[in-house]
Design a binder for this molecule. Structure first.
Ligand SMILES: [Zn+2]
Length: 175
């Protein structure tokens, strides 16, 4: 999924994560709260387009899947950790699902929940970053990524840098 359209105000413009992030950074620098919210809304709108499968490709709801696998944790861990799920593309064009945690590994109960084709990502850092690092190490391209809680600005940046689409909400930045 490289580009999708969404209506922002009166015009219909192609939205990419880069455009959303630029708009967000600009508004953030200017401390323009409305602008920041618009940029987030733009990204969310993009997410809607992505999750309805404009690319003609049947895809799973990654955010829902992240929450499902997250629910494999006990309540305390659910409140402390994040679970992320991403669609990645292999060098041969086939796709795979990577699932990562904000701690080094998924819990055994979470691993039990994985379907065939869903692979655990292992490593340090936020769940989203763990997935991106493992994908990079294996020559995979991250396409869409979602997390069980709003994606933090650092992860949003990393996701943007690798050209992936965040398909679950981003964390709102407090002033
Ligand atoms: Zn993060």
């Amino acid at each position: 999924m490289e580009k999708s359209n969404c209506v922002t105000g009166a015009e219909r413009v192609p939205i990419t994560p880069e455009i959303c992030l630029k708009a967000f950074e600009k508004a953030s620098n200017e401390e323009d709260r409305d602008g920041m919210e618009r940029a987030i809304a733009m990204w969310m709108c993009n997410e809607d387009v992505v999750s309805t499968g404009v690319g003609g490709k049947q895809s799973i709801n990654l955010e829902q899947r992240a929450k499902e696998i997250h629910s494999g944790l006990d309540e305390f861990s659910q409140s402390k950790r994040t679970t992320a799920v991403a669609i990645v593309k292999n060098a041969d064009g086939t796709e795979q699902i990577l699932v990562g945690s904000s701690v080094k590994r998924l819990s055994p109960a979470q691993r039990e929940l994985l379907n065939s084709g869903e692979i655990e990502a292992i490593g340090e850092g936020h769940a989203e970053v763990t997935i991106i690092n493992q994908a990079k190490a294996n020559g995979q391209t991250v396409i869409d990524i979602a997390a069980s809680r709003p994606i933090c600005p650092n992860c949003a940046n990393t996701i943007n840098e690798v050209g992936a689409n965040p398909v679950s909400p981003l964390k709102k930045v407090k002033r």
